[in-house]
Design a protein around this ligand. Structure first.
Ligand code: NAP
Ligand code: ZN
Ligand code: ZN
Length: 357
Protein backbone atom coordinates (compact mmCIF):
# COMPACT_ATOMS: atom_id res chain seq x y z
CA UNK A 1 0.00 0.00 0.00
CA UNK A 2 1.18 3.52 -0.65
CA UNK A 3 -0.14 6.69 0.91
CA UNK A 4 -1.33 8.94 -1.92
CA UNK A 5 -2.33 12.62 -1.88
CA UNK A 6 -5.77 13.36 -3.27
CA UNK A 7 -8.64 15.84 -3.18
CA UNK A 8 -11.99 14.66 -1.88
CA UNK A 9 -15.50 15.83 -1.08
CA UNK A 10 -16.53 14.71 2.42
CA UNK A 11 -20.25 15.10 1.66
CA UNK A 12 -22.62 16.46 -0.99
CA UNK A 13 -22.47 19.84 0.75
CA UNK A 14 -18.68 20.07 1.18
CA UNK A 15 -16.16 21.65 -1.15
CA UNK A 16 -13.28 19.51 -2.35
CA UNK A 17 -10.35 19.54 0.06
CA UNK A 18 -6.98 17.80 0.56
CA UNK A 19 -7.34 14.13 1.50
CA UNK A 20 -5.13 11.06 1.70
CA UNK A 21 -5.88 7.63 0.22
CA UNK A 22 -4.08 4.30 0.03
CA UNK A 23 -3.20 2.80 -3.36
CA UNK A 24 -2.46 -0.92 -3.42
CA UNK A 25 0.74 -2.43 -4.77
CA UNK A 26 -0.01 -3.70 -8.30
CA UNK A 27 -1.14 -7.34 -8.36
CA UNK A 28 0.21 -9.73 -11.00
CA UNK A 29 -2.07 -8.28 -13.71
CA UNK A 30 -2.08 -4.66 -12.56
CA UNK A 31 -0.08 -1.53 -13.20
CA UNK A 32 0.61 1.46 -10.96
CA UNK A 33 0.22 4.76 -12.82
CA UNK A 34 1.69 8.11 -11.76
CA UNK A 35 -1.07 10.51 -12.74
CA UNK A 36 0.03 13.63 -14.64
CA UNK A 37 -3.28 15.19 -15.68
CA UNK A 38 -6.94 14.70 -14.88
CA UNK A 39 -9.83 16.35 -16.74
CA UNK A 40 -12.83 17.79 -14.91
CA UNK A 41 -16.10 16.35 -16.19
CA UNK A 42 -19.56 17.71 -15.38
CA UNK A 43 -20.33 14.20 -14.09
CA UNK A 44 -17.83 14.96 -11.31
CA UNK A 45 -20.07 17.83 -10.20
CA UNK A 46 -23.30 15.80 -10.50
CA UNK A 47 -21.81 13.03 -8.34
CA UNK A 48 -20.02 15.23 -5.80
CA UNK A 49 -23.36 16.98 -5.23
CA UNK A 50 -25.19 13.63 -5.20
CA UNK A 51 -27.52 14.79 -7.98
CA UNK A 52 -27.98 11.23 -9.28
CA UNK A 53 -28.46 9.69 -5.80
CA UNK A 54 -26.40 7.00 -4.06
CA UNK A 55 -23.08 8.86 -4.05
CA UNK A 56 -20.37 7.30 -1.87
CA UNK A 57 -18.40 9.68 0.41
CA UNK A 58 -15.67 10.64 0.89
CA UNK A 59 -15.42 10.94 -2.89
CA UNK A 60 -12.23 11.47 -4.91
CA UNK A 61 -13.59 12.31 -8.39
CA UNK A 62 -11.81 12.19 -11.74
CA UNK A 63 -12.17 9.85 -14.70
CA UNK A 64 -10.16 11.57 -17.42
CA UNK A 65 -6.77 10.33 -16.34
CA UNK A 66 -3.45 10.45 -18.18
CA UNK A 67 -0.24 9.30 -16.58
CA UNK A 68 2.89 7.21 -16.81
CA UNK A 69 3.28 3.57 -15.78
CA UNK A 70 5.61 3.50 -12.78
CA UNK A 71 5.34 -0.12 -11.67
CA UNK A 72 4.04 -3.31 -13.30
CA UNK A 73 2.74 -6.59 -11.86
CA UNK A 74 4.71 -9.81 -12.25
CA UNK A 75 2.53 -11.20 -15.07
CA UNK A 76 2.34 -8.08 -17.25
CA UNK A 77 3.62 -8.15 -20.80
CA UNK A 78 1.39 -5.50 -22.38
CA UNK A 79 2.80 -2.51 -20.45
CA UNK A 80 6.20 -1.41 -19.30
CA UNK A 81 7.51 1.27 -16.97
CA UNK A 82 7.44 4.65 -18.72
CA UNK A 83 4.45 3.91 -20.98
CA UNK A 84 2.06 6.86 -21.36
CA UNK A 85 -1.41 5.61 -20.57
CA UNK A 86 -4.97 6.67 -19.88
CA UNK A 87 -7.76 5.54 -17.57
CA UNK A 88 -11.36 6.47 -18.31
CA UNK A 89 -14.68 6.04 -16.55
CA UNK A 90 -14.30 2.46 -15.35
CA UNK A 91 -11.47 0.35 -13.97
CA UNK A 92 -13.06 -3.12 -14.02
CA UNK A 93 -16.19 -5.12 -14.91
CA UNK A 94 -17.43 -8.66 -14.19
CA UNK A 95 -15.82 -10.06 -17.37
CA UNK A 96 -18.33 -12.87 -17.87
CA UNK A 97 -21.76 -11.31 -18.53
CA UNK A 98 -22.99 -10.96 -22.11
CA UNK A 99 -21.97 -7.28 -22.33
CA UNK A 100 -18.46 -7.94 -21.00
CA UNK A 101 -17.96 -10.90 -23.33
CA UNK A 102 -19.10 -8.78 -26.28
CA UNK A 103 -16.62 -6.04 -25.34
CA UNK A 104 -19.26 -3.55 -24.15
CA UNK A 105 -18.00 -3.45 -20.56
CA UNK A 106 -19.70 -0.13 -19.84
CA UNK A 107 -23.00 -2.05 -19.86
CA UNK A 108 -21.77 -4.84 -17.53
CA UNK A 109 -24.84 -6.62 -16.11
CA UNK A 110 -23.28 -6.54 -12.64
CA UNK A 111 -22.34 -2.88 -13.01
CA UNK A 112 -18.96 -1.59 -14.12
CA UNK A 113 -16.45 -0.61 -11.44
CA UNK A 114 -16.67 3.13 -11.97
CA UNK A 115 -13.27 4.80 -11.63
CA UNK A 116 -14.67 6.67 -8.62
CA UNK A 117 -17.97 6.62 -6.75
CA UNK A 118 -17.99 2.87 -7.44
CA UNK A 119 -16.50 -0.31 -6.00
CA UNK A 120 -13.58 -2.63 -6.61
CA UNK A 121 -14.43 -6.25 -7.40
CA UNK A 122 -14.09 -9.50 -5.50
CA UNK A 123 -12.23 -12.38 -7.19
CA UNK A 124 -15.59 -13.83 -8.37
CA UNK A 125 -16.35 -10.60 -10.28
CA UNK A 126 -19.03 -9.25 -7.93
CA UNK A 127 -18.75 -5.73 -6.50
CA UNK A 128 -17.01 -5.40 -3.13
CA UNK A 129 -18.99 -2.73 -1.29
CA UNK A 130 -16.29 -2.58 1.40
CA UNK A 131 -13.81 -1.18 -1.14
CA UNK A 132 -14.85 2.10 -2.80
CA UNK A 133 -12.93 3.32 -5.84
CA UNK A 134 -11.11 6.66 -5.85
CA UNK A 135 -10.50 8.61 -9.05
CA UNK A 136 -7.96 10.82 -10.71
CA UNK A 137 -7.87 13.87 -8.43
CA UNK A 138 -4.96 11.96 -6.88
CA UNK A 139 -1.29 11.28 -7.56
CA UNK A 140 -1.40 7.56 -8.38
CA UNK A 141 -3.82 4.81 -9.32
CA UNK A 142 -3.54 1.01 -9.49
CA UNK A 143 -5.51 -0.50 -12.39
CA UNK A 144 -5.93 -3.90 -14.07
CA UNK A 145 -3.91 -4.00 -17.31
CA UNK A 146 -7.00 -4.64 -19.46
CA UNK A 147 -8.69 -1.41 -18.39
CA UNK A 148 -5.76 0.83 -19.35
CA UNK A 149 -5.56 2.73 -22.67
CA UNK A 150 -2.52 3.61 -24.73
CA UNK A 151 -2.08 7.34 -25.38
CA UNK A 152 -0.77 7.64 -28.95
CA UNK A 153 2.76 8.99 -29.32
CA UNK A 154 2.94 12.73 -29.88
CA UNK A 155 -0.40 13.60 -28.30
CA UNK A 156 -0.05 16.42 -25.76
CA UNK A 157 -0.82 14.70 -22.45
CA UNK A 158 -2.86 17.49 -20.87
CA UNK A 159 -5.02 17.91 -23.98
CA UNK A 160 -5.45 14.13 -24.27
CA UNK A 161 -6.91 13.68 -20.78
CA UNK A 162 -10.47 14.82 -21.66
CA UNK A 163 -10.62 12.25 -24.46
CA UNK A 164 -10.94 9.54 -21.79
CA UNK A 165 -14.52 10.65 -21.06
CA UNK A 166 -15.63 13.62 -23.19
CA UNK A 167 -13.93 12.13 -26.26
CA UNK A 168 -15.30 8.62 -26.03
CA UNK A 169 -18.78 9.72 -24.89
CA UNK A 170 -19.19 11.70 -28.10
CA UNK A 171 -17.25 9.42 -30.46
CA UNK A 172 -19.22 6.31 -29.47
CA UNK A 173 -22.74 7.48 -30.46
CA UNK A 174 -21.45 9.17 -33.61
CA UNK A 175 -19.94 5.82 -34.63
CA UNK A 176 -22.68 3.56 -33.31
CA UNK A 177 -25.48 5.46 -35.06
CA UNK A 178 -23.48 5.61 -38.28
CA UNK A 179 -22.88 9.33 -38.71
CA UNK A 180 -21.04 9.74 -42.00
CA UNK A 181 -19.58 12.34 -44.30
CA UNK A 182 -22.18 14.86 -45.43
CA UNK A 183 -24.72 14.11 -42.67
CA UNK A 184 -26.31 17.20 -41.18
CA UNK A 185 -25.81 16.92 -37.46
CA UNK A 186 -26.41 19.20 -34.49
CA UNK A 187 -24.37 19.29 -31.30
CA UNK A 188 -26.45 20.72 -28.47
CA UNK A 189 -24.45 22.45 -25.70
CA UNK A 190 -20.88 23.61 -26.28
CA UNK A 191 -19.05 22.44 -23.16
CA UNK A 192 -16.52 19.67 -22.54
CA UNK A 193 -18.50 16.99 -24.39
CA UNK A 194 -19.94 19.38 -26.96
CA UNK A 195 -16.62 20.77 -28.15
CA UNK A 196 -15.21 17.25 -28.56
CA UNK A 197 -18.35 16.27 -30.49
CA UNK A 198 -17.78 19.15 -32.90
CA UNK A 199 -14.16 18.19 -33.53
CA UNK A 200 -14.82 14.47 -33.90
CA UNK A 201 -17.92 14.86 -36.08
CA UNK A 202 -16.00 17.25 -38.35
CA UNK A 203 -13.16 14.73 -38.58
CA UNK A 204 -15.80 12.18 -39.68
CA UNK A 205 -16.86 14.59 -42.42
CA UNK A 206 -20.25 15.62 -41.06
CA UNK A 207 -21.81 19.08 -41.52
CA UNK A 208 -21.95 20.32 -37.94
CA UNK A 209 -24.24 22.93 -36.38
CA UNK A 210 -23.83 23.96 -32.75
CA UNK A 211 -26.97 24.80 -30.77
CA UNK A 212 -26.03 26.83 -27.71
CA UNK A 213 -27.73 28.99 -25.11
CA UNK A 214 -24.56 31.12 -24.96
CA UNK A 215 -24.46 33.65 -27.81
CA UNK A 216 -20.85 34.47 -26.91
CA UNK A 217 -19.63 31.04 -28.01
CA UNK A 218 -20.27 31.67 -31.73
CA UNK A 219 -16.68 32.49 -32.71
CA UNK A 220 -15.32 29.59 -30.70
CA UNK A 221 -17.78 27.17 -32.29
CA UNK A 222 -16.70 28.20 -35.77
CA UNK A 223 -13.02 28.08 -34.78
CA UNK A 224 -13.52 24.56 -33.41
CA UNK A 225 -14.77 23.58 -36.86
CA UNK A 226 -18.56 24.00 -36.72
CA UNK A 227 -20.22 25.01 -39.99
CA UNK A 228 -23.08 26.86 -38.32
CA UNK A 229 -24.09 28.20 -34.90
CA UNK A 230 -27.60 28.83 -33.57
CA UNK A 231 -28.55 30.48 -30.28
CA UNK A 232 -31.41 28.61 -28.65
CA UNK A 233 -32.95 31.35 -26.51
CA UNK A 234 -34.30 32.77 -29.76
CA UNK A 235 -37.51 30.69 -29.97
CA UNK A 236 -37.78 31.33 -33.72
CA UNK A 237 -34.73 29.10 -34.21
CA UNK A 238 -36.88 26.04 -33.49
CA UNK A 239 -39.41 27.08 -36.16
CA UNK A 240 -36.91 28.19 -38.78
CA UNK A 241 -34.82 25.02 -38.55
CA UNK A 242 -37.58 22.42 -38.03
CA UNK A 243 -36.76 19.11 -39.74
CA UNK A 244 -33.20 20.15 -40.61
CA UNK A 245 -30.97 17.55 -38.94
CA UNK A 246 -30.24 13.84 -39.55
CA UNK A 247 -28.77 13.42 -36.10
CA UNK A 248 -28.67 15.43 -32.88
CA UNK A 249 -26.26 14.84 -29.99
CA UNK A 250 -27.60 16.42 -26.80
CA UNK A 251 -24.86 17.16 -24.24
CA UNK A 252 -26.74 19.66 -22.04
CA UNK A 253 -26.15 19.19 -18.30
CA UNK A 254 -29.21 21.18 -17.12
CA UNK A 255 -32.92 20.46 -17.48
CA UNK A 256 -34.36 21.50 -20.87
CA UNK A 257 -37.22 20.78 -23.25
CA UNK A 258 -36.36 17.69 -25.32
CA UNK A 259 -39.48 18.16 -27.47
CA UNK A 260 -38.19 21.43 -28.87
CA UNK A 261 -34.99 19.74 -30.08
CA UNK A 262 -36.82 16.69 -31.46
CA UNK A 263 -38.69 19.13 -33.71
CA UNK A 264 -35.37 19.89 -35.42
CA UNK A 265 -34.95 16.27 -36.62
CA UNK A 266 -35.89 15.25 -40.13
CA UNK A 267 -38.15 12.23 -40.73
CA UNK A 268 -36.45 9.06 -39.40
CA UNK A 269 -33.78 11.16 -37.68
CA UNK A 270 -32.16 10.20 -34.37
CA UNK A 271 -31.49 12.25 -31.27
CA UNK A 272 -29.06 10.79 -28.73
CA UNK A 273 -28.93 11.95 -25.13
CA UNK A 274 -25.58 11.91 -23.39
CA UNK A 275 -26.15 14.75 -20.92
CA UNK A 276 -27.77 13.68 -17.65
CA UNK A 277 -29.87 16.56 -16.27
CA UNK A 278 -32.95 16.33 -14.04
CA UNK A 279 -35.83 14.56 -15.84
CA UNK A 280 -38.08 16.39 -18.33
CA UNK A 281 -41.14 15.06 -20.22
CA UNK A 282 -41.01 13.70 -23.76
CA UNK A 283 -44.31 13.90 -25.63
CA UNK A 284 -45.21 10.88 -27.78
CA UNK A 285 -46.12 13.16 -30.69
CA UNK A 286 -42.56 14.53 -30.73
CA UNK A 287 -41.47 11.06 -31.89
CA UNK A 288 -44.57 9.74 -33.67
CA UNK A 289 -44.74 12.53 -36.19
CA UNK A 290 -41.72 11.90 -38.40
CA UNK A 291 -40.99 8.39 -37.00
CA UNK A 292 -38.13 9.82 -34.98
CA UNK A 293 -35.82 7.99 -32.62
CA UNK A 294 -34.67 9.09 -29.18
CA UNK A 295 -31.74 7.12 -27.78
CA UNK A 296 -29.08 7.33 -25.11
CA UNK A 297 -25.40 6.44 -24.97
CA UNK A 298 -23.01 5.72 -22.12
CA UNK A 299 -19.28 6.47 -22.55
CA UNK A 300 -17.80 3.58 -24.63
CA UNK A 301 -15.98 0.28 -24.29
CA UNK A 302 -12.25 -0.17 -23.79
CA UNK A 303 -11.85 -1.33 -27.40
CA UNK A 304 -13.78 1.65 -28.72
CA UNK A 305 -11.92 4.08 -26.44
CA UNK A 306 -8.62 2.91 -27.91
CA UNK A 307 -10.12 3.25 -31.41
CA UNK A 308 -11.19 6.81 -30.54
CA UNK A 309 -7.73 7.73 -29.22
CA UNK A 310 -6.12 6.44 -32.41
CA UNK A 311 -8.74 8.24 -34.54
CA UNK A 312 -8.06 11.51 -32.70
CA UNK A 313 -4.30 11.10 -33.10
CA UNK A 314 -4.71 10.42 -36.83
CA UNK A 315 -6.90 13.52 -37.27
CA UNK A 316 -4.93 15.85 -34.97
CA UNK A 317 -7.87 16.11 -32.58
CA UNK A 318 -7.37 16.95 -28.88
CA UNK A 319 -9.29 18.91 -26.29
CA UNK A 320 -9.15 22.70 -25.82
CA UNK A 321 -8.26 23.05 -22.18
CA UNK A 322 -7.66 25.41 -19.28
CA UNK A 323 -4.94 23.88 -17.14
CA UNK A 324 -5.50 24.53 -13.42
CA UNK A 325 -3.70 23.71 -10.19
CA UNK A 326 -5.74 21.47 -7.87
CA UNK A 327 -6.31 24.42 -5.49
CA UNK A 328 -8.64 25.97 -8.10
CA UNK A 329 -10.95 22.99 -8.38
CA UNK A 330 -13.88 24.49 -6.43
CA UNK A 331 -13.70 27.70 -8.46
CA UNK A 332 -13.60 25.58 -11.64
CA UNK A 333 -16.81 23.79 -10.60
CA UNK A 334 -18.51 27.15 -10.02
CA UNK A 335 -17.44 28.35 -13.45
CA UNK A 336 -18.63 25.13 -15.16
CA UNK A 337 -22.04 25.58 -13.58
CA UNK A 338 -22.23 28.96 -15.32
CA UNK A 339 -21.21 27.40 -18.67
CA UNK A 340 -17.95 29.33 -18.34
CA UNK A 341 -15.28 26.88 -19.49
CA UNK A 342 -13.24 26.97 -22.69
CA UNK A 343 -13.70 23.99 -23.00
CA UNK A 344 -12.37 21.59 -20.40
CA UNK A 345 -10.61 22.21 -17.12
CA UNK A 346 -7.68 19.86 -16.66
CA UNK A 347 -5.90 19.52 -13.32
CA UNK A 348 -2.11 19.61 -13.38
CA UNK A 349 -1.47 16.83 -10.86
CA UNK A 350 2.06 18.17 -10.23
CA UNK A 351 0.28 20.86 -8.18
CA UNK A 352 -1.15 18.15 -5.91
CA UNK A 353 2.25 16.52 -5.43
CA UNK A 354 3.74 19.93 -4.65
CA UNK A 355 1.01 20.80 -2.13
CA UNK A 356 1.50 17.44 -0.40
CA UNK A 357 5.32 17.67 -0.30
P1 NAP B 1 -20.12 21.07 -19.39
O1 NAP B 1 -18.74 21.19 -19.87
O2 NAP B 1 -20.54 21.78 -18.16
O3 NAP B 1 -21.08 21.48 -20.62
C1 NAP B 1 -22.46 21.44 -20.53
C2 NAP B 1 -23.03 22.46 -21.53
O4 NAP B 1 -24.47 22.41 -21.42
C3 NAP B 1 -22.68 23.88 -21.23
O5 NAP B 1 -21.44 24.27 -21.75
C4 NAP B 1 -23.80 24.64 -21.90
O6 NAP B 1 -23.53 24.79 -23.28
C5 NAP B 1 -24.98 23.68 -21.76
N1 NAP B 1 -25.85 24.13 -20.69
C6 NAP B 1 -25.55 24.24 -19.38
N2 NAP B 1 -26.59 24.74 -18.70
C7 NAP B 1 -27.57 24.93 -19.58
C8 NAP B 1 -28.90 25.42 -19.49
N3 NAP B 1 -29.41 25.82 -18.32
N4 NAP B 1 -29.64 25.45 -20.62
C9 NAP B 1 -29.13 25.05 -21.79
N5 NAP B 1 -27.87 24.59 -21.95
C10 NAP B 1 -27.11 24.54 -20.85
O7 NAP B 1 -20.50 19.55 -19.13
P2 NAP B 1 -19.91 18.21 -19.81
O8 NAP B 1 -18.77 17.74 -18.99
O9 NAP B 1 -19.78 18.42 -21.25
O10 NAP B 1 -21.10 17.18 -19.50
C11 NAP B 1 -22.38 17.39 -20.09
C12 NAP B 1 -23.37 16.38 -19.54
O11 NAP B 1 -23.01 15.08 -20.02
C13 NAP B 1 -23.40 16.25 -18.02
O12 NAP B 1 -24.75 16.06 -17.62
C14 NAP B 1 -22.57 15.01 -17.76
O13 NAP B 1 -22.89 14.37 -16.54
C15 NAP B 1 -22.98 14.17 -18.92
N6 NAP B 1 -22.05 13.07 -19.27
C16 NAP B 1 -22.59 11.92 -19.73
C17 NAP B 1 -21.78 10.87 -20.13
C18 NAP B 1 -22.37 9.63 -20.71
O14 NAP B 1 -21.69 8.62 -20.78
N7 NAP B 1 -23.60 9.68 -21.17
C19 NAP B 1 -20.39 11.01 -20.02
C20 NAP B 1 -19.86 12.21 -19.56
C21 NAP B 1 -20.70 13.25 -19.19
P3 NAP B 1 -23.92 26.18 -24.06
O15 NAP B 1 -23.32 27.27 -23.24
O16 NAP B 1 -23.31 26.00 -25.37
O17 NAP B 1 -25.41 26.22 -24.09
ZN1 ZN C 1 -17.13 12.14 -17.55
ZN1 ZN D 1 -20.04 -7.89 -16.95
Amino acid sequence: MSKTPAYAAASAQSPLAPFSIERREPGAHEVLIDIRYCGVCHSDIHQVRDEWGGSVFPMVPGHEIVGVVSRVGSAISKWKIGDVVGVGCFVDSCRHCEACKEGEEQFCAQGMSATYNGYERKPDGSLDTMRPTYGGYSSRITVDENYVLRIPTGMPLDRAAPLLCAGITTYSPLRHFGVKAGDKIAVVGLGGLGHMAVKIAKAMGAHVTVLSHSAGKRDDALRLGADDFLVTHDADVFKQHAGRFDFILDTISAQHDYNAYLGLLRRDGTMVLVGVPDPAPVHAFSLIVGRKRLAGSLIGSIRETQEMLDFCAAHGVASDIELIPIEQINAAYARMLKGDVRYRFVIDIASLDKAAA
